[in-house]
Design a protein around this ligand. Structure first.
Ligand SMILES: Cc1cc2nc3c(=O)[nH]c(=O)nc-3n(C[C@H](O)[C@H](O)[C@H](O)COP(=O)(O)OP(=O)(O)OC[C@H]3O[C@@H](n4cnc5c(N)ncnc54)[C@H](O)[C@@H]3O)c2cc1C
Length: 486
């Protein structure tokens, strides 16, 4: 066991976007951070995995933000390696491809006149007689788009993602993710193409040349160069506190346990785990609340296909209940350099699951076989074109907004507010459906709150319309349904 001696240290837990943004901000405030990362790779969910020279994004990470300072920071970190990319994404429904976001003529041609009329009548019906009490995802989307469109373009895919019925999923999730979208905005977007777009309708985004991990690996290198330290394979396992202050963080690493004296702690580990790692333990009611928070996991089956072109989309949503795959990425359409050999394509088939369930525990070989078969079943390639494959599992990818989560989170927040030098930041750190930019902003503002005495409520980032940064024309809130669940 090593005891780390010396000055009290500003400790950041997690080298994902939130932790690294906090680390970079600490350096700007003249404080040298120690960033502890439990995994052997930088980037958290926004990492890029490399298999035989092929780069795989865990999801497809669009870099899109309304925040000027986040945008400038991304540009500063990557310079010319930060590419501007066009977006194409379609829905596969009933054997046909539909543009996403939906375009009226494209949708009508695919659905046919009869179904299109049903969609329009259903829209007006639900405009005139909406659900008065909007508590579930189904209520929210039905009120915005009508029941028919909900059934065609939202239900199957959303249920694959969440593993629960749309009548159980809370409306808050839809409001946060599809904000600004309705049948009306889709039509207005079509009729007035030059108007600023609702957030789900953004047609361009940025992307690092070698995937999102490139951004975060470069950011970590820059933190090291400027005097901070990012340590991989160093997992925070215990946070020792006294008088409402974290005194010490105990981390487990290959050399054994290391003790770090803490001046401040910014933690992006899942908030549930943070609660369980406190020493002395949190009160029973807080532990009970932490146990009530749930997560959805996902895994990507990555295939290398002997085909130079597979489809033009960045990603395709699979609204088809005959296959289990939820979404398919074609990484070379995000950046050509994601593949080392342009005569091949690398594809990511995304399966949404729960840790420990049948998909999660299936052998990699069986998953590769399943993905290869499903790729053929939906007509995207012949199975003998698939040359190789591998699997990456991402636990705790989606904080679940079920009917218990808000009360549980409130209880945890209240307890956490009592700590003078500990802030929980980021996506799982706040059990919030944050994108990279939101996660970064929570880290940056948490540091400024602590060191500059500013008082930005980080819980309002990606939440409430009041949260505006100077110079912003729009609130920093939801980017779009199109980020992840799109
Ligand atoms: C499928 C999918 C697609 C997405 N698409 C987009 C997109 O298009 N655009 C976008 O902006 N965002 C997207 N996101 C969201 C984005 O991935 C997250 O917002 C971002 O990664 C969150 O950053 P974070 O630092 O808060 O958390 P994480 O990325 O989860 O990082 C947390 C880090 O903490 C580490 N850690 C955990 N516990 C410990 C511990 N005890 N000790 C030390 N380290 C620990 C973890 O290993 C991890 O590296 C997507 C997410 C998913 C799941």
């Amino acid at each position: 066991m090593t005891i780390h001696e010396g000055e009290d240290t500003a400790i950041v837990i997690g080298a994902g976007p939130a932790g690294l943004a906090a680390g970079a901000e600490l350096l700007r405030q003249g404080v040298k951070p120690l960033v502890l990362e439990g995994d052997n790779i930088i980037g958290g969910i926004s990492r890029t995995q490399n298999y035989k020279g092929y780069h795989f994004d865990m999801g497809g990470h669009r870099f899109y933000t309304k925040s000027k300072e986040v945008k400038e920071l991304w540009e500063e970190i990557l310079g010319d390696e930060f590419l501007k990319r066009p977006r194409l994404s379609r829905i596969l429904y009933n054997g046909k491809f539909y543009k996403y976001p939906p375009e009226p003529i494209d949708a009508m041609m695919g659905l046919g006149v009869f179904e299109s009329v049903r969609v329009i009548l259903s829209y007006f019906k639900w405009k005139i007689f909406p659900h008065r009490e909007v508590t579930t995802f189904e209520h929210w989307v039905t009120n915005a788009f009508g029941k028919r469109l909900f059934q065609i373009f939202f239900k199957t895919y959303t249920e694959k993602v969440w593993g629960m019925g749309c009548d159980e999923l809370q409306a808050e999730w839809a409001a946060q993710r599809i904000q600004g979208m309705s049948l009306k905005t889709v039509l207005m977007n079509f009729l007035t193409p030059n108007k600023p777009k609702a957030k789900s309708l953004i047609e361009e985004f940025h992307y690092p040349r070698l995937g999102p991990g490139m951004m975060w690996e470069t950011c970590a290198e820059q933190i090291d160069e400027k005097g901070g330290q990012v340590k991989l394979e160093t997992k925070a396992v215990r946070l020792v506190h006294e008088d409402q202050q974290i005194r010490k963080v105990v981390a487990s690493c290959p050399e054994g346990d290391t003790h770090y004296k803490a001046s401040t702690v910014f933690s992006s580990m899942p908030i549930t785990e943070l609660i369980f790692r406190l020493d002395p333990p949190a009160p029973d009611h807080v532990i009970k609340a932490a146990k009530a928070l749930k997560y959805r996991a996902f895994l990507t089956v990555c295939l290398i296909v002997d085909q130079d072109k597979m489809f033009a989309d960045n990603w395709i949503y699979i609204h088809d209940d005959t296959v289990q795959v939820g979404r398919i990425q074609c990484y070379k359409n995000w950046s050509a350099d994601m593949v080392p050999d342009q005569s091949k394509s690398s594809i990511g088939l995304e399966y949404f699951c729960n840790e420990g369930d049948e998909l999660w525990t299936m052998d990699d070989e069986d998953l590769v076989a399943l993905a290869t078969k499903e790729l053929e079943d939906i007509g995207l390639t012949a199975s003998d074109k698939v040359l190789d494959g591998c699997v990456y599992r991402m636990p705790k990818s989606y904080p679940v907004y079920d009917s218990d989560y808000a009360e549980a989170l409130e209880c945890i927040k209240e307890y956490m507010n009592g700590f003078k030098n500990l802030v929980s930041i980021g996506r799982n750190g706040m059990h919030r459906y944050n994108n990279q930019d939101h996660s970064m902003l929570t880290g940056m503002h948490a540091v400024r709150n602590m060191y500059l005495g500013q008082s930005v409520d980080i819980w309002k980032i990606n939440g409430e319309d009041e949260y505006l940064e100077a110079g912003e024309s729009e609130p920093i809130s939801t980017a779009s349904l199109a980020e992840e669940v799109k």
